[in-house]
Design a protein around this ligand. Structure first.
Ligand SMILES: *[C@@H]1O[C@H](CO)[C@@H](O)[C@H](O)[C@H]1NC(C)=O
Ligand SMILES: *[C@@H]1O[C@H](CO)[C@@H](O)[C@H](O)[C@H]1NC(C)=O
Ligand SMILES: *[C@@H]1O[C@H](CO)[C@@H](O)[C@H](O)[C@H]1NC(C)=O
Ligand SMILES: *[C@@H]1O[C@H](CO)[C@@H](O)[C@H](O)[C@H]1NC(C)=O
Length: 430
């Protein structure tokens, strides 16, 4: 090779390097604008690159609004409730009981949605004998699930589990009404041994009037779902399994305005053409109206439900269903949901909640104030540490995180005890 050719090659390599560098720099400079959004995954969604690491601390009591920046899909959240107030003393030297410390919740990776507003609610520490307020972090203006009155909650892999016992008129519902959802998706993890209704779309609360878009467990252990836009149409799991086996199963009932689909445990079981009736109503959980066509023993659900998520404008694909089914805990499940839509109706709203401490008892003339009990578990309970109880005669529970949420000491004289420490919400990302 002669020298000129070699120098041309060296020049070209150098030029390519400079161009590459310039592209890299311009990419970094515009990392937050959507025009240069890049996507390395196969997903067709545009992904903005994440913002540089940051942290926000909210420590004054009250509600603060935080809006998730572009490109950020997960944050580290630390939340401490307000401490419990100490009890008042008595001039004879009897001390009031110490208030308990607040709960501390540390969720290391909470899925968040860019552009969505969240509330960081900071709980106030209690004054004499008062409970501290809870602190929390959750989506602002989220459609609220109104739970059944006899609810009991358990916790499973970060999911909140709701227990239903076929009690007449005991159902839960979403407070936001919906006008004729034709494209929709209903996801539910269920665990049951009883043929009963899981949910429906009803024009009236309590369920009556018009109803369809029903998901239920029919008599022979099959999962069934149906619509009625003039004619009754249903999709049903095949006879390959009895789903009333007391184990967790994942049902997805989804529709695209012309067809309905039923998936169980990630696999498509049935599809047919069909569309729901045209009316406005509410999604109701834990009950279905009697509909012989679906062959259900009890209208009211018996069993456990978790991870119920409903979209009124998405028809899930087989791939999305299998991703949801494969998500092993609530955080992963939530990440998949967030990647599909920012507007799910969820029984289990993604939230962090740290209850405040309890107040200590006031002293009597001859008796010290009673000790405050430890604070309650937080949500998710797997990430929470309950605050310690206050001492029976004066000392408050000590804080579990820095100086936030400590219970106040009871007073040992007639002067009022000092106020307990306020809570905190700290959001950080890197
Ligand atoms: C709905 O599903 C049917 C059957 O698979 C399909 O023919 C139709 O194109 C789908 N409609 C929409 C709007 O995607
Ligand atoms: C549903 O009914 C309303 C009121 O009767 C009507 O305005 C609307 O066009 C109907 N929608 C569909 C999709 O048929
Ligand atoms: C207060 O509680 C501590 C620890 O339980 C105990 O040692 C102390 O004697 C108590 N004091 C009074 C005045 O009851
Ligand atoms: C409560 O009393 C203990 C023991 O006397 C003390 O160490 C602590 O600082 C006091 N806490 C507050 C909040 O005053």
């Amino acid at each position: 090779m002669n020298q000129v050719v070699i120098w041309v090659i060296v020049g070209l390599i150098f030029l390519l390097g400079v161009v590459g560098f310039l592209i890299f720099v311009s990419y970094k400079d515009h990392s937050s604008s959507s025009s240069s959004a890049s996507s390395s995954s196969a997903s067709s969604k545009k992904k903005a690159s994440p913002p540089s690491p940051g942290q926000i601390t909210y420590s004054s009591p009250g509600d603060h609004v935080w809006t998730c920046p572009d490109g950020l899909t997960s944050v580290d959240v630390k939340v401490v409730g307000g401490g419990g107030g100490g009890g008042s003393g008595w001039s004879t030297g009897e001390c009031g009981g110490g208030g308990s410390a607040a709960t501390y919740v540390h969720l290391k990776s909470m899925p968040v949605i860019p552009g969505t507003s969240y509330v960081a609610s900071v709980g106030k520490g209690g004054s004499a004998g008062e409970n501290g307020q809870s602190s929390g972090f959750y989506v602002k203006d989220k459609t609220t699930f109104v739970p059944p009155t006899s609810r009991s909650y358990l916790d499973s892999d970060g999911f909140t589990v709701f227990n239903f016992n076929a009690i007449t008129l005991d159902y839960g519902f979403f407070n936001r009404g919906v006008d004729n959802p034709t494209t929709f998706s209903v996801c539910a993890w269920f665990k049951s041994t009883s043929s009963s209704g899981i949910l429906e779309f009803s024009s009236i609360i309590p369920p009556s009037g018009s109803y369809d878009r029903i998901l239920c467990l029919s008599k022979n252990g099959k999962v069934k779902a149906g619509v009625n836009g003039g004619t009754s149409t249903s999709v049903v799991s095949t006879a390959d399994a009895n789903y009333l086996d007391g184990k967790w199963h994942f049902a997805v009932f989804t529709a695209n305005g012309s067809s309905i689909y039923l998936y169980v445990d990630g696999a498509l079981k049935d599809s047919t053409s069909g569309v729901g009736g045209n009316y406005s109503g509410h999604w109701i959980l834990g009950v279905t109206n009697p509909w012989n066509f679906l062959d259900v023993s009890n209208d009211y659900y018996t069993g456990l439900l978790k991870g119920v998520a409903i979209s009124n404008d998405v028809c899930l694909t087989a791939h999305q269903v299998s991703e949801l089914y494969g998500a092993s805990d609530f955080v992963k499940f939530q990440s998949v949901l967030n990647g599909i839509s920012s507007d799910w109706f969820q029984m289990d709203n993604p939230k962090v909640l740290a209850p405040g401490g309890s107040g200590g008892g006031n002293a009597g003339t001859e008796s010290p104030g009673s000790r405050a009990v430890p604070s309650l578990p937080g949500i998710p309970s797997a990430a929470s540490v309950e605050g310690s109880a206050g001492n029976g005669n004066s000392t408050g529970g000590s804080s579990l995180y820095e100086n936030y949420g400590a219970g106040a000491n009871g007073s040992c004289s007639s002067s009022p005890p000092s106020k307990a420490a306020d809570g905190v919400v700290i959001i950080s990302w890197n």
